[in-house]
Design a binder for this molecule. Structure first.
Ligand SMILES: *Cc1c(COP(=O)(O)O)cnc(C)c1O
Length: 247
C-alpha cells in the first residue's frame, strides 16, 4: 500500500467513526450511506478508497465522471460501485449521464425533469433523481425554493421514466455552527416527511458534508456526501485521465 492509500483508509475510518457516533447519539440504528465525493481527485485515490471499503462515489462534473468511469479497469477496482452525480446538471449535458445507472442529486427545475424523461425513455431506463431544495432561500445556492418543492416533486413524480428517490440540500456557507446547519437539515426532513405520504419513493435525505455531517445525521440524513475528509484537500480543477492522442 502506498502512503496515499493508507491515508485515505485512515481518513475513511475516521469519517465512519463520526457517522457512527452521530447515529448513536441520535439513537438511530438504520443505515447512513456514505457517498465519497471524489471530484478533482485521481482515479487511483478513488480505487484506494474503494479498496478501503467505499462503495458509493460521487462526482460533480459530467466530463470528469465520464472520464473516470470510462477508464479501462482490467482488475475491476471500481467494480460494483454505486455512482452519484452531485453537481449542478446543465440540460445539454444530461445526455452523457442518462444510461449510466447513477443517482442524479441536484434536479432543481422542470426543464431538467423534461430532459431527463426524454433521454431515459430513449435509453429504455428509469433515471433515479433527488430534488435539490434551497432550504435557506440562499441566492448563492442552487436548488428550488422551499415553497416550490412540493410542486417540483409532484411534477417529477408524474414522469414515468424519472423516479424521485428523495431530496438533497446544501446549507449556506454562513451556517457555520452545527446548530444552524441542523435547522436547515430539519427543514428538509420535515418536507420529506410530508412528501413521502403522497409519493412513497421520496425517502432519501442527501445532506451533510465534511464539516456538518454530524448535524445532518442527527436530523435524519440517509446519505452524506463527504469529499475533503476522505480524500484530503481538493486539486485546482477536474482530474482528467492523460490522453495519448488529444487531437
Ligand atoms: C464537493 C461536494 C461535496 C463534498 O464536500 P466536502 O466539504 O469536501 O466534504 C458534497 N456535496 C456536493 C454537492 C459537492 O459538490
Amino acid at each position: 500500500m502506498t502512503t496515499d492509500s493508507d491515508q485515505v483508509a485512515d481518513r475513511l475510518a475516521a469519517v465512519r467513526d463520526r457517522i457512527d457516533a452521530a447515529r448513536a447519539r441520535a439513537g438511530r440504528d438504520d443505515v447512513v450511506r456514505l457517498v465519497a465525493v471524489s471530484k478533482t481527485h485521481s482515479w487511483e485515490s478513488m480505487a484506494a478508497a474503494v479498496a478501503a471499503g467505499v462503495d458509493e462515489l460521487g462526482e460533480n462534473r459530467v466530463a470528469e465522471l465520464v472520464g473516470k468511469q470510462d477508464l479501462p479497469d482490467p482488475h475491476g477496482r471500481l467494480a460494483g460501485v454505486t455512482w452519484h452525480f452531485v453537481g449542478r446538471l446543465q440540460s445539454r449535458k444530461a445526455t452523457d449521464l442518462v444510461g449510466r445507472d447513477l443517482l442524479v442529486h441536484a434536479v432543481d427545475r422542470r426543464s431538467l425533469v423534461d430532459r431527463l424523461q426524454r433521454l431515459a425513455a430513449r435509453e429504455g431506463v428509469v433515471q433515479r433523481v433527488l430534488v435539490q431544495v434551497n432550504v435557506a432561500d440562499d441566492p448563492a445556492k442552487a436548488g428550488c425554493d422551499l415553497h416550490e418543492a412540493d410542486e417540483l416533486v409532484a411534477y417529477a413524480c408524474r414522469h414515468p421514466d424519472v423516479e424521485v428517490q428523495g431530496l438533497m440540500t446544501i446549507p449556506p456557507l454562513a451556517a457555520s455552527t452545527a446548530g444552524e446547519a441542523g435547522r436547515y437539515f430539519a427543514r428538509l426532513r420535515t418536507l420529506r416527511d410530508r412528501l413521502v405520504r403522497t409519493w412513497p419513493t421520496v425517502r432519501e435525505l442527501s445532506m451533510g458534508m465534511s464539516n456538518d455531517l454530524e448535524a445532518a445525521v442527527a436530523e435524519g440524513a440517509t446519505m452524506v456526501r463527504v469529499g475533503t475528509d476522505i480524500f484530503g484537500p481538493r486539486g485546482d480543477g477536474p482530474w482528467l485521465p492523460a490522453t495519448k492522442d488529444a487531437g
